[in-house]
Design a protein around this ligand. Structure first.
Ligand code: ADP
Ligand code: TYD
Length: 208
């Protein structure tokens, strides 16, 4: 079983993925908790290039290709071996992040970004994707330590980028309703966790 956790920054994916991992382990499942971009050394090295603030001239296409390259390495080295051993893979972000951020947010086009990702993943998609949906303004507040400062131009730019990414995620959920389940991420951590576990357990029973 391959489960991905998706949503805009600050929506609570990492927090919930960790809690799900602990719960499933307690229930006796063997799990692998991992994240993108990264998860293995080569992919973490690529991550450092992508997220380096000094790389101001990183081209958008290059960025999309680097995310796909990191994904390929992570898939080969970590995800596929774990799935072969019948483990449950819990992955903080996967292909849908590229579709929403590079395809939607950066306007490269969802179909275009999907096509380079088909090459990267041999078209392997998660069995289940939990989409943590909430207003980007509130999600950014969660990660912004200084909530009372004035909103500047860059914040506004960020907000429109995240709004487009959110809309793209929601379009994907409409397109793939069997795989992508929307979770209301604006609720309390415990409520979001319980909603997530319910969806995962349904899927686990379904596949037995
Ligand atoms: P993501 O991985 O989606 O970027 P995180 O899990 O890192 O998000 O959460 C971002 C911040 O918001 C963390 O400080 C976390 O403790 C907090 N947080 C996560 N979920 C909730 C929630 N449901 N309500 C309030 N705060 C939350
Ligand atoms: P990270 O620190 O992991 O953010 P978060 O904790 O919110 O997941 O940084 C990853 C950043 O890279 C995040 O802003 C989302 C972005 N990203 C893409 O733009 N495309 C992708 O394919 C992936 C996997 C991540």
């Amino acid at each position: 079983m391959f489960i991905s956790f998706e949503g805009i920054d600050g929506s609570g994916k990492s927090t919930i993925a960790k809690m799900v991992d602990e719960r499933l382990r307690k229930e006796g499942y063997q799990t692998v908790l991992t994240r993108e971009p990264g998860g293995v050394k080569i992919a973490e090295d690529i991550r450092a290039i992508i997220l380096d603030r000094n790389n101001t001239n990183l081209d958008d296409h290059t960025e999309a290709l680097l995310f796909a390259a990191a994904r390929r390495q992570h898939l080969k080295e970590r995800i596929l071996p774990a799935l072969k051993e019948n483990k449950i893979v819990l992955c903080d972000r996967f292909v849908d992040s590229s579709l929403a951020y590079q395809g939607g947010g950066k306007h490269l086009g969802v179909d275009e970004v999907y096509s380079i990702n088909i090459f990267a993943t041999d078209n392997l998609l998660p069995d289940l994707t939990l989409l943590y949906d909430m207003d980007p303004k509130d999600a950014l507040k969660r990660i912004d330590k200084n909530k009372n400062r004035e909103v500047n131009r860059l914040d506004l730019e960020k907000l429109s980028f995240y709004n487009t990414a959110r809309e793209t995620f929601l379009d994907l959920a409409k397109k793939y309703p069997k795989r992508i389940k929307i979770v209301d991420a604006s609720k309390s951590i415990n409520e979001v966790f319980e909603d997530s576990i319910k969806i995962i357990e349904e899927k686990l029973h379904e596949s037995k």
